[in-house]
Design a protein around this ligand. Structure first.
Ligand SMILES: Cc1cc2nc3c(=O)[nH]c(=O)nc-3n(C[C@H](O)[C@H](O)[C@H](O)COP(=O)(O)OP(=O)(O)OC[C@H]3O[C@@H](n4cnc5c(N)ncnc54)[C@H](O)[C@@H]3O)c2cc1C
Ligand code: FES
Length: 346
C-alpha cells in the first residue's frame, strides 16, 4: 500500500506492507515521523486521514484521547487498507545521515532472571545484528499478547546480536503476565526499532544527569556503558539518581557500584527510597553508592544544587516520576528543554 504523507513542510511517499503500522512503515523507510512511545499512549503520532482506508488495531488505545478532529488517528496503531493520503501538523524530515534506521526483527528470549519480587531481566538473541544508540528502545511483541510494548536496551554495542532488558511487572498487564509467568526462555518475540531520542553521544561535551524511576534505570545503564567505553568521565561528571519505593525494590546496584568504582570522583550514584528511611545495611552493602529518602526528583533537586552548569539530563520511568523531574529541571534548575531528554514508560 502506498502512503502519501503531507507534512507541514513537504510531502513524502512510502510503502506500507499489509498489516504494517503506518508509523513503523514510514520510520523504516527513513521518514522521521512524529512519535514518542510508539505504543499507543502518548498521542504524539496523531495524523489525519485525507483519503483511503485504514484499520485501527487498538481502538481502545489511551492515546486516542488526544484525537479531537474528525479523521484523526494514531499512526502507531493503524494500518493502511488501501493507498491513502494522511496529513500531520508537524515538520517532518528525513532521518539524519548515519542515524540508526529502525527495522523489523525477531529474536529469541534468553536467560530470564528475577532481580526482585517484581523486576525481571532477560536478553533477546537477534536473528540479525542491530545498530542502536545508547538510550534507545525497541517495541516488542510477545506471542499471544496483542500490541507492541516499549523496552529500553540496558546494553550498548554496535551491530548487537543480543539486547538486554530490565522490566518491572505491572500487575494484570498483558506483557507482564507473559514475562513473569515463567518458562519464557527460548520463546520467539517480534521487534521493531531502534526508537527514541533520549540518546547519548560522546561528543555531547556536557556533564550527564540521569534521573530514573524504577526500571527507567535500563536506558541509563546503556548511557553509562557507552560513556564508560569512551572514557567520557575522564573529562565530564555523571550524576545518577535511581528511585525506588524501598530497599527491597532495588536492583542493578552491583553494576552501578562497579561503575562508580571505575570513575571515582567523577560518577556519583544516589539511590532514592520514597517509602522508607534508608536502612543501615544499604550503605554497608554498597559503600560506593549514596542513599537518601524521598521522591527521586526531590532527592536529585537537593543533591544537584549548584551543579547544573553545562548539564544534559536524561529521564526515564513512570510518567509521574518523569513529569516531576521535568518540572524541577525547568523551574528550579533552569535547564533548557533541549537539554532534557526523556522516555515516559506509559
Ligand atoms: C519508550 C518506552 C520505554 C520503555 N522501557 C521500559 C523498560 O525498559 N522497562 C520496563 O519495565 N518498562 C518499560 N516501558 C513500559 C512498558 O512498555 C510497558 O508499558 C510495561 O511493561 C507494562 O506493560 P504491560 O503489557 O504489562 O501492561 P499493559 O497495561 O497491558 O500495557 C501497557 C502498554 O502496552 C500497550 N498496549 C496494551 N494493550 C495493547 C493492545 N491491545 N494493543 C496495542 N498496544 C497495547 C499500551 O502502550 C499500554 O499502555 C517502556 C515504555 C516506553 C513507552
Ligand atoms: S507514538 Fe503513537 S501514541 Fe505514542
Amino acid at each position: 500500500m502506498r502512503v502519501q504523507l503531507n507534512a507541514r513542510n513537504r510531502a513524502y511517499q512510502f510503502e506500507a506492507d499489509p498489516g504494517a503500522r503506518i508509523l513503523y512503515a514510514g520510520l523504516a523507510q527513513g521518514v522521521h515521523l512524529p512519535y514518542e512511545c510508539g505504543s499507543g499512549t502518548c498521542g504524539t503520532c496523531k495524523a489525519r486521514l485525507v483519503s483511503g482506508e485504514i484499520d485501527d488495531l487498538w481502538p481502545a488505545a489511551a492515546g486516542r484521547k488526544y484525537l479531537k478532529q474528525p479523521g484523526e488517528f494514531l499512526m502507531c496503531q493503524c494500518v493502511a487498507k488501501s493507498d491513502c493520503a494522511v496529513e500531520v501538523a508537524n515538520f517532518v524530515y528525513h532521518m539524519d545521515p548515519g542515524a540508526c534506521t529502525p527495522a523489523f526483527g525477531r529474536g529469541t528470549v534468553q536467560g530470564p532472571k528475577m532481580l526482585t519480587h517484581d523486576v525481571i531481566s532477560f536478553s533477546v538473541e537477534l536473528d540479525r545484528p542491530l545498530d542502536f544508540d545508547a538510550g534507545q528502545f525497541v517495541v516488542m511483541q510477545m506471542p499471544g499478547v496483542p500490541g507492541f510494548r516499549g523496552y529500553s536496551m540496558v546494553n550498548f554495542e554496535r551491530a548487537a546480536r543480543r539486547l538486554d532488558f530490565v522490566v518491572k511487572k505491572k500487575p494484570g498487564g498483558g506483557a507482564s503476565e507473559w514475562l513473569f509467568k515463567g518458562g519464557i526462555g527460548g520463546q520467539q518475540v517480534e521487534l521493531f526499532g531502534p526508537l527514541g531520542a533520549a540518546t547519548f553521544f560522546p561528543n555531547l561535551g556536557r556533564n550527564i544527569l540521569c534521573i530514573a524511576g524504577g526500571s527507567g534505570i535500563a536506558g541509563m545503564l546503556a548511557i553509562l556503558s557507552r560513556a564508560g567505553q569512551e572514557h567520557y568521565f575522564d573529562q565530564y561528571s555523571g550524576y545518577v539518581f535511581f528511585g525506588v519505593r524501598t530497599y527491597r525494590d532495588t536492583f542493578c546496584l552491583d553494576e552501578l557500584a562497579q561503575l562508580v568504582r571505575e570513575f571515582p570522583g567523577k560518577l556519583q550514584v544516589t539511590v532514592a527510597l520514597s517509602d522508607e528511611d534508608v536502612p543501615d545495611r544499604a550503605a554497608q552493602t554498597h559503600p560506593a553508592l549514596k542513599f537518601d529518602t524521598g521522591l527521586v526528583h526531590e532527592v536529585a533537586g537537593r543533591h544537584m544544587q549548584g551543579k547544573y552548569q553545562n548539564v544534559r539530563a536524561y529521564l526515564a520511568g513512570p510518567p509521574p516520576a518523569v513529569d516531576g523531574a521535568i518540572r524541577m529541571l525547568l523551574l528550579q534548575a533552569r535547564l533548557t528543554a533541549d537539554n532534557i531528554r526523556y522516555d515516559k514508560f506509559s
